[in-house]
Write a protein that binds this ligand. Structure first.
Ligand code: FES
Length: 154
């Protein structure tokens, strides 16, 4: 009987530590959820640039990420070998909104050949940083750009 009591106390103690560990992990993930975005990402989320369809776009394309399901639609207006206007729509996570927003800023006024050379790392750098598990949001933006440039060249 005495042994059983000790086992119960040990089980209780283990349960206590397990719950304490889970609460600590939950607290950390909440803190990380708020703190994981750079000031630049947060600024683009608060004030996204160039949002919406462009009726007179000369090219447009949709990129999707089949894993997370996010979708980015990019519209371009080009003239004289240059991107003169860009806009976007996103159905996706906050970093994909920030990536679309910063991409439209980066490419507006850029020569098409220069835009072709942009990489996901350029978008991530323009956002200062992205959490590792969100770096593919920059890839989504660049996929949309490359598809739109291919659409234009058809
Ligand atoms: Fe997949 Fe953002 S989570 S593009």
């Amino acid at each position: 009987m005495k042994v059983e009591m000790r086992l119960d106390a040990r089980t209780l103690l283990r349960t206590f530590w397990l719950i304490k560990f889970c609460l600590h992990s939950l607290q950390l993930s909440i803190i990380n959820g708020i703190a994981m975005y750079s000031p630049k990402v947060l600024e683009h989320l608060e004030n996204p640039r160039n949002v919406g369809e462009m009726a007179d776009a000369t090219a447009n394309a949709v990129a999707t990420n089949p894993v997370c399901g996010d979708l980015l639609h990019l519209y371009l207006k080009m003239a004289d070998g240059k991107i003169v206007e860009a806009s976007f729509k996103v159905q996706g996570c906050p970093p994909s909104i920030a990536a679309g927003s910063v991409l439209t800023e980066m490419i507006t006024g850029l020569m098409i050949e220069e835009a072709r050379k942009l990489t996901p790392q350029d978008v991530t750098r323009a956002l200062e940083s992205l959490p590792r598990n969100k770096e593919h949001c920059s890839t989504l933006a660049i996929d949309a750009l490359r598809a739109a440039l291919a659409d234009q060249s058809r």
